[in-house]
Design a protein around this ligand. Structure first.
Ligand code: BDR
Ligand code: CA
Length: 314
C-alpha cells in the first residue's frame, strides 16, 4: 500500500481517524504526536493504546512538539476531549514510543520512501514545520500533504477566524501552506457537515469490537460538547473525514486548487486560512500560483462508511 505518515493530537476524533487509517489499504509507516487536544506525551500514550487495541502494535509512534513555534501550550480541552484526551475512558496499555522526535521520524521516512510518502496531519502543524526547518529537501520528497484544518468560507472554532489546528500554531501552518508540496485542506467547510449521532454511538458500544466499543464510550463526552453547536447529541467527524479524503474513501465533488495562506498577524484574524476562492461558482480558473486543494463538498454522507469500518475492527 501507499506509505503514509500520520500526525495527530489524539483526541477523540483523532482516535476515530487513526482507527480508520490503520484499517484502510494504505501502509501507515509512522505516527507523530503534537500538543493540541492534549499534550504530545499523552497523545502518544493514547495513540499507542489504540494501536494495541487495533492489533497494530508495530507502527512506530514518536512524540513530537510539546510547545508551538512561538507560544507555549496552554493545556488541553477537558470539556471537549476529556482530561486524558480520549473522553476519560480507560484504554488497555499499549507499547512505548520510539526514540527521537516526530519531525526526525518524518524526515527519515521521507528518505526511505522518496517521492512516495504521503502526510496526513490532523493536529497543529508544528511537527511538519519543524521538519521543514530541519531539512530543506523535505517538501520535494513528499507526494502529498492532507490536513484537517482551516475554514475557507465558514467561521472558525478556536476563534471567530481560526480553526483550532491552524489557530494553535499559525506560524507552523503558514510554513506548511507555503512549502512546495501539494496540499489538500479539509477544513470546517466540509467536516461540520459529516456527523454521527446517538444511533451510531449505540451500534458502536453494543458491538463485539473492542475498538468500536472504545470509540462509542469516548463519544459520550464529545456529544456533550457538540450539543452547544448542533443542539443535539452528535459529533462532527473532522479528522476521520480528512483521512478518508486522503485515502480516497471519501470523494470530494468540489475542490478547487487555489492560492492559500494563513494569517499570522496578532489581531482578530490570527490563524485564519485565507483561500483565494474568487472565480465563477464551480468553475475556478487555473492559476500558476495555486497549489492548495480546498475541499468544499464531499459526495455523500461519510458517517455510515466510518461506522462500518469501526465495527469491522478487532
Ligand atoms: C480539530 O481540532 C481538534 O480539536 C480536532 O481533533 C480536530 O483536529 C477541529 O477543529
Ligand atoms: Ca485533531
Amino acid at each position: 500500500g501507499r506509505p503514509v505518515y500520520f500526525d495527530c493530537d489524539t483526541g477523540i476524533d483523532d482516535s476515530m481517524a487513526l482507527l480508520l487509517l490503520v484499517s484502510s489499504d494504505v501502509d501507515v509507516v509512522g505516527i507523530g504526536t503534537v500538543s493540541g487536544n492534549i499534550d504530545a506525551d499523552q497523545a502518544a500514550r493514547n495513540t499507542l493504546d489504540l494501536l494495541a487495541l487495533a492489533q497494530q502494535p508495530d507502527i512506530p509512534v514518536a512524540i513530537g512538539a510539546r510547545a508551538f513555534l512561538t507560544t507555549q501550550y496552554a493545556g488541553g480541552v477537558p470539556h471537549i476531549h476529556g482530561r486524558n484526551g480520549v473522553g476519560d475512558i480507560d484504554l488497555p496499555r499499549g507499547g512505548e514510543p520510539v526514540e527521537g522526535d516526530a519531525a526526525d521520524l518524518l524526515i527519515s521516512l521521507a528518505y526511505e520512501y522518496p517521492g512516495e510518502l504521503e502526510i496526513i496531519a490532523v493536529g497543529p502543524m508544528t511537527n511538519l514545520a519543524i521538519a521543514l526547518q530541519r531539512d530543506a529537501e523535505l517538501a520535494s520528497l513528499i507526494r502529498r500533504v492532507t490536513i484537517m484544518g482551516g475554514a475557507a468560507m465558514v467561521p472558525g472554532n478556536l476563534s471567530a477566524a481560526a480553526e483550532a489546528n491552524i489557530g494553535h500554531d499559525p506560524e507552523a501552518a503558514q510554513a506548511v501552506f507555503h512549502a512546495p508540496w501539494p496540499l489538500t485542506m479539509v477544513g470546517l467547510d466540509v467536516t461540520l457537515g459529516h456527523t454521527i449521532a446517538l444511533e451510531e454511538q449505540w451500534r458502536l458500544t453494543s458491538s463485539d469490537s473492542l475498538c468500536a466499543q472504545a470509540i462509542g464510550r469516548m463519544l459520550e463526552l464529545y456529544f456533550d460538547f457538540h450539543v452547544e453547536i448542533f443542539g443535539e447529541r452528535c459529533a462532527a467527524l473532522h479528522d476521520p473525514l480528512a483521512v478518508a479524503i486522503a485515502t480516497g474513501e471519501a470523494i470530494a465533488t468540489l475542490a478547487p486548487v487555489v492560492p492559500a495562506t494563513v494569517d499570522t498577524t496578532d489581531g482578530p484574524d490570527r490563524g485564519r486560512t485565507v483561500c483565494d476562492l474568487r472565480g465563477r461558482f464551480r468553475d475556478y480558473p487555473e492559476r500558476p500560483d495555486a497549489h492548495c486543494t480546498v475541499v468544499l463538498e464531499v459526495a455523500k454522507p461519510f458517517g455510515p462508511t466510518l461506522i462500518t469500518r469501526l465495527l469491522a475492527l478487532p
